[in-house]
Design a protein around this ligand. Structure first.
Ligand code: ZN
Length: 216
């Protein structure tokens, strides 16, 4: 496989993610996988023993640790095989961002929309349980779909348009489809049937609670 990649020019765009065994069962090992985005083939698979096992089971830290160690090994294996990583797609863990910034200065780092959408959904589900916020639950599917659409419909690097499209959802859920801030001035959908629109009071909460925390 590595020879094939080298023959094609030796440059790849990859996506990586780690998976820890469920804490409480066996949290000793995790697997980090790297996929070539062009062919869809797995080009790296690394089993990592958790270095912080002795500190007992902090689930989150454990998962991050496996991700970082797995990433280091996967990148090192590709570099050792003479493959140049043009772009790498990961989740948004801070340690991962820092390591890539410091160690892969010529590689573009992109975030995986699936992980972002997963985080969005989790926060919205939690918000929908708050007093007077039950209507939010009706919007969770639309909002996460909108996030996928935002990522898919913008050219790479057009962060202004991407941000504008993403933030337009806060007006859309109030039945406001024009006058959005930034280059995405109005929604592109057809006329919509009436539905349970969110009211500004609830939206303010939604906005503070969630949107301002998310930077695409
Ligand atoms: Zn709209």
């Amino acid at each position: 496989m590595m020879r094939t990649f080298r023959e094609r020019g030796g440059e790849v765009v990859v996506a990586g993610d780690g998976r820890a065994d469920s804490p409480g069962h066996c949290a000793k090992y995790g697997v980090y996988s790297l996929i070539d985005m062009n062919s869809g083939q797995v080009i790296g698979l690394h089993i990592v023993q958790s270095c912080i096992l002795h500190f007992q089971s902090n689930e989150v830290k454990l998962s991050y640790n496996i991700d970082l160690e797995g990433l280091k090994r996967a990148v090192s294996a590709l570099n050792g095989a003479g493959i140049n990583i043009l772009e790498i797609i990961t989740d948004r863990h801070m340690q991962i961002q820092k390591w890539i910034r410091e160690n892969m200065p010529f590689t573009v780092h992109s975030f995986d929309v699936w992980h972002i959408a997963k985080g969005v959904k989790k926060k919205l589900l939690s918000l929908a349980k708050e007093k007077d916020c039950q209507d939010v639950s009706r919007w969770i599917k639309s909002i996460t779909n909108h996030l996928y659409w935002t990522a898919a419909s913008c050219n790479k690097g057009d962060s202004d348009l991407m941000e504008s499209k993403w933030k337009s959802v806060s007006s859309h859920v109030q039945n406001i489809h024009h006058g959005h801030q930034g280059p995405y001035k109005e929604c592109q959908h057809d006329l919509l049937q009436d539905r349970v629109w969110l009211k500004p009071g609830k939206l303010a909460f939604l906005y503070n609670y969630y949107y301002l925390q998310l930077t695409l």
